[in-house]
Design a protein around this ligand. Structure first.
Ligand code: WT7
Length: 647
């Protein structure tokens, strides 16, 4: 069995039972219809054709959407790796996500159904969504928001979050959403890097019936971010908060002003204009602002949702992520609207008030396709089958998984207990940077539990050695993507060199995903885990550097190292090693204080499970902390080659 740097293990690829799709599913799949329209008779042939003719494939897909002006060139590679897609095309993702639907019968179809943790619910048809988005777009314009600005959004999982994102896109501003589980330092860093003038937040959010004090966190973060001029505050909890006069404005007050007209033209954008920034963790230093654009992103997300989750007009789609991460951007907010689907969103915790909350939601809202993460599946699985068995889950027809490798045990439970032994599971591998699914089955592909199966149409994936040569079947290597794809990141905000070095130069000419993987004899890909200093905790992506920087910002800490160790539910848990400053002494109380400090600075998801006080840290002679050694020691493994260790 292979191991990644974080100790994760790939599942054995031998003796794996294949799960074949039903005839009915294959016959009626969207991808089957497309295959036939190309005069092809198998998915293999379709894949081969799509990668031999990627520009034709993606142009086909782009033609499913409306453009103000069609493109001159599908792909421009002249300034590689700064690839451009649909060059010369004029568009706006909002035109395809909303405007084109409200011209048809779909105006009265539900676009979004939301249920609060307290059981309250709100629904938006395409028509009412359009009105809300337009009103908010007019508010933003009246506050001086223009094409090219970056608006930071820090909201709980409430409908105003997608509405704010869509309103930004409509006026041509980029949004930068900061996940509501992040805290002061994380928010301040992201607002500063984006030079945001406006922050949209809420008086709080609910999680397990407790109020998360978003505005309080935002106040502290704004105090560290001089660029912020105004803060729009959505009222969710109604509890007392401080409002700074001149800076803070209530969302509901703004939305009731005459300026907030429900009619607002959608800004015409170049295909390559920025749609959003999303910060994600990398190997070193501060999070990077991944840049996505209107044209390619709308094509990539639309195509993948339509073919992978096979969405039909009558489906009810639930992507149980948070809009604050790429999964939510692409598959809660944008692509469901692009395909004209009804998307469901739930505010709170999966096990609140009881461990059957999710299953009750599926039953009550007749969810037909459910997309979630292995950590959530494992977390709900441990409560036993009685909870799901109390509910009628027969509306489900497809399931999905994302975020980390799914262990076959969780895969089978998901299929058998939730999917009545029938629902195929689409295990989708992708990243913040890729924008949309890259390695994934479609409903016609036979499945192997634990494998994301095969590259998506038009996507050229390989597993390679350090020199870029292909690995043999079953040999571990680095996962790379060999050809550009429409939803790819275009650059890192303010740091194009980092974009080039990090993704395209380590293995020259190929996109380096930072994951290790192997391909079996059937061509199925098994993703093993991260090769860099990124830790996936409950599917959330965190950098060791961010956790360490939060730790050393505490007055007692001189130096810190963070690693991920395997955890049954979370996949990985953070463990930290801390050297204290002179005059401080390690104690359970200080450990708790440091944990709380990380929670306050970075966010509750980043709180280390364990903090050890140590006298020294293993370092290379150049002073780099050797996390690999810490990990091996913690796991009781051979520490390997430490010849570069400082002596
Ligand atoms: C990293 C990207 C974009 C979806 C949410 C995560 C891991 C993601 C899978 C999967 C195995 C997976 C990889 C990847 N990952 N999906 N199906 N099987 N690993 O986006 O936060 O940018 O993280 O998540 O390690 O590099 P992200």
């Amino acid at each position: 069995m292979a191991e990644s740097r974080d100790g994760a293990q790939a599942q054995s690829t031998e003796n794996v039972v294949m799960y074949h799709p039903s005839k009915d599913l294959v016959e009626n799949a969207n991808v089957t219809a497309y295959m036939r329209s190309k005069g092809l008779s198998s998915y293999d042939e379709l894949y081969k054709w799509s990668t031999a003719n990627p520009e034709e494939f993606w142009a086909d897909q782009a033609n499913e959407l409306e453009w103000f002006q069609t493109w001159d060139k599908v792909l421009d590679e002249s300034n590689a790796p700064f690839f451009q897609w649909f060059v010369g095309g004029k568009t706006n993702i909002i035109h395809n996500a909303i405007d084109r639907h409200v011209k048809t019968w779909r105006r009265n179809k539900l676009a979004m159904i939301w249920e609060g943790e307290d059981g309250s619910s709100r629904t938006y048809s395409y028509h009412t969504l359009n009105r809300e988005v337009s009103k908010m777009a007019n508010v933003l314009k009246s506050m001086g928001v223009q094409k090219g600005d970056i608006v930071t959004i820090y909201l709980p999982r409430i409908p105003e979050l997608p509405i704010a994102m869509l309103a930004c896109a409509k006026v041509g501003a980029a949004h930068s959403v900061v996940y509501g589980g992040f805290s002061v330092e994380a928010l301040a860093d992201r607002m500063s890097d984006a030079q945001s003038k406006i922050l949209i937040t809420a008086d709080g959010g609910y999680m397990r019936n407790k109020v998360i004090e978003l505005k309080k966190i935002a106040d502290e973060a704004m105090a560290r971010t001089p660029t912020i001029q105004n803060c729009i505050v959505v009222k969710r909890t109604g509890h007392d908060i401080a409002m700074e006069s001149g800076r803070d404005l209530w969302f509901h007050d703004l939305m009731s002003l005459p300026i907030a007209s429900p009619i607002c033209p959608t800004e015409e954008m170049d295909a390559e204009d920025m749609l959003f920034i999303l910060y994600t963790s990398g190997t070193t230093g501060r999070p990077k602002g991944v840049v996505h654009t209107h044209g390619g992103y709308q094509v990539g997300t639309h195509t993948t949702l339509k073919f992978v989750f096979d969405l039909k007009e009558e489906d009810r789609w639930w992507c149980a992520a948070d809009p604050g991460w790429i999964t939510g951007h692409s598959y809660i907010v944008y692509s469901p609207l692009l395909v004209g689907a009804t998307s469901f969103m739930y505010e709170g915790a999966p096990n609140y008030p009881y461990p059957d909350r999710w299953w009750s939601l599926v039953a009550r809202h007749a969810i037909s396709v459910l997309y979630t993460a292995p950590t959530a599946i494992r977390g709900l699985m441990r409560f036993g089958d009685a909870w799901p068995n109390r509910h009628d889950l027969s509306s489900l027809r497809l399931l999905g998984s994302v975020g980390e490798p799914i262990n076959p045990e969780a895969w089978r439970w998901f299929r058998d207990t939730i999917g009545a032994g029938e629902c195929p599971i689409m295990d989708t591998w992708w990243q913040t940077e890729t924008g949309h699914f890259m390695i994934t089955p479609t409903p016609v592909v036979p499945l192997k539990p634990g494998s994301a199966t095969r590259p998506f149409l038009g996507i050229d994936v390989d597993i390679v050695h350090e020199d870029g040569t292909s690995c043999a079947p079953d040999e571990d290597g680095t996962l790379v993507i060999k050809r550009p794809w429409p939803g790819m990141l275009r650059t890192i905000l303010n740091d194009p060199d980092r974009y080039k070095n990090q993704y395209w130069e380590k293995i020259p000419g190929m996109y380096n995903a930072g994951d290790s993987a192997r391909r079996d004899k059937d061509g199925y890909i098994w993703v093993i885990g991260r090769l860099d200093d990124v830790i996936k905790v409950s599917g959330y992506r965190l950098g060791t550097a961010e956790v360490e920087s939060a730790l050393v910002s505490h007055s007692a800490v001189a130096e810190a190292a963070a690693i991920g160790l395997p955890h049954d539910i979370k996949g990985n848990a953070i463990h930290a090693f801390v050297i204290l400053r002179a005059g401080f002494e390690g104690s359970p109380k200080l450990e708790e204080e440091l944990r709380a400090h990380v929670g306050h600075e970075l966010g509750p998801i980043a709180r280390p499970d364990e903090i050890k006080f140590v006298g020294s840290l293993p370092k290379t002679r150049s002073g780099k902390i050797m996390r690999r050694v810490l990990k091996a020691q913690a796991l009781g493994q051979d520490v390997g080659d430490v010849s570069t260790l400082e002596s």
